[in-house]
Design a protein around this ligand. Sequence first.
Ligand code: ZN
Length: 175
Amino acid sequence: MNSQSFYSIAFKGLSQGKHIFEYEIDDKFFAEFGGGVVEQGKVKVHITLEKQSSLMILWFDVEGTVHMQCDRCLEMYDQPIKGLERIFVKFGEKDYIEGDEVIWVSTNDYQLNVAQLIYEFIGLAIPIKRVHPDDEDGNSTCDPDMIEKLDKYIVREGEENSPVWNDLKKLLDNE
Ligand SMILES: [Zn+2]
């Protein structure tokens, strides 16, 4: 079985009601379907598919770690991720504009490939702030040598006291 068909859910033959699909996402998946910020990771994807007569609802429960570059010290680290996303799959021709939450499939289709959705939902589960997590004492676990080197070239703490920063902070505080 190739990986394209591995990530295809044959929904035609499913009875109405809920069905569970489990996937273990690993480096091979990211190499094949990725090409973005994440190239390595280990993520469990638990899909609940609810089939109804005219549509399907799919919940994607993702949990695991992705290997990525720390924004602060530029070293690689394992970022824990957790997320729950939902999409609707409707049958027939797309006839009006819907939100991103709806996927249209032809009435002739019998399977749905979820690889791209899994990749997107893993991406959505990644926090905006991508830095080494603090340890139990609240200390940064960033590579201290790298931080020291970077601080020589980049002004960091000082930026927070610049006039622009203060104005921005005032704006945010007033909200
Ligand atoms: Zn770091």
